[in-house]
Design a protein around this ligand. Structure first.
Ligand code: 6CM
Length: 258
């Protein structure tokens, strides 16, 4: 009877992520790993030259002045601690396109060019024009991932979203009125739970989220350095405050998403 069933076919384990067959996958894996490792480092471990340029309560923003071919590409690193929200929630609202117009004030238009998988999308975004420069657009993949909590195995997972510029032949750069920017962004979120001493149920008051946001944006073409630095100085703190307030507001009456 066994002979009738034919040869035994070895069982191949399923791929670790449905996106793993995609042409961009090796790059996504490499960039996510290196960005997460860098985001985990404290500002003191990131080398010299970091200056604190904005501070508001728990929020601290640092930048390092850097130019590539005369264009301002200052790396930015921000840390913030926000009470009442989890890292999964912060990453969920940052990654998902349906919320983006609600919190991204520099955004003019957004399209999802490709859904690589549930956790990996490709975006084309135009941003509002800032005088006297030309309008900018970005084309980037975006990947959300849960990471094991190595320091506290029983603690909540760490969550990250990494965005990184890519190219699509159907959408060549600098073909229309927009200049294509190049960006690498990493949002890393770590939840801390301080359970109630009396054994009562956990609420949002027992929760806080440490957020690290790192970004490097190359403006892709001429933009006056002083204007660009002034725009970043104004827009990055505005973004992080507005976005975290948005997540707090969206989640306040919802069950905690760990
Ligand atoms: O990380 C942020 N947003 C993500 C989702 O949209 C994504 C987008 C990054 C774009 C960052 C570039 C914005 C700059 C647009 C203005 C350019 C003007 C140049 C000319 C000036 C003279 O990663 C939040 C990004 C917050 C940016 C302030």
């Amino acid at each position: 009877d066994r002979l009738k069933t034919g040869p035994v076919v070895p069982v191949t384990p399923p791929p670790t992520s449905p996106a793993s067959q995609h042409r961009l996958w090796p790059e996504i894996e490499n960039v996510v790993k290196s960005q997460v490792n860098m985001a985990k480092m404290g500002i003191g471990e990131c080398g010299a030259g970091w200056q604190l340029f904005a501070e508001d309560g728990e929020m601290k923003m640092y930048r390092r002045e850097e130019e590539v071919d005369g264009m301002v590409c200052d790396p930015l690193k921000a840390v913030h601690v926000v009470k009442g929200i989890s890292g999964h929630e912060v990453c969920h609202y940052f990654f998902n396109p349906q919320y983006r117009y609600d919190w991204e004030s520099t955004l003019e238009h957004m399209t999802v060019l490709e859904t690589i998988s549930e956790d990996t999308l490709v975006f084309l975004q135009t941003h509002k024009r800032i005088w006297p420069a030309s309008q900018r657009e970005g084309l980037f993949w975006s990947h959300i991932r849960k990471l094991p909590n190595e320091k506290d195995r029983d603690g909540p997972d760490i969550w990250t979203v990494v965005n990184n510029s890519t190219e699509y032949s159907e959408h060549p750069a600098n073909n229309g009125k927009c200049v294509r920017i190049f960006l690498t962004v990493c949002l890393l979120c770590q939840t801390t739970v301080d359970p109630p001493k009396d054994g009562t149920t956990l609420t949002r008051d027992n929760l806080s989220c440490k957020i690290t946001y790192c970004s490097v944006v190359n403006p892709g073409g001429w933009a006056p350095a002083s204007v660009l630095r002034a725009v970043y100085k104004r827009e990055y703190p505005k973004f992080l405050k507005r976005f975290t307030a948005y997540v707090k507001n969206q989640t306040k009456n919802k069950p905690i998403m760990f």
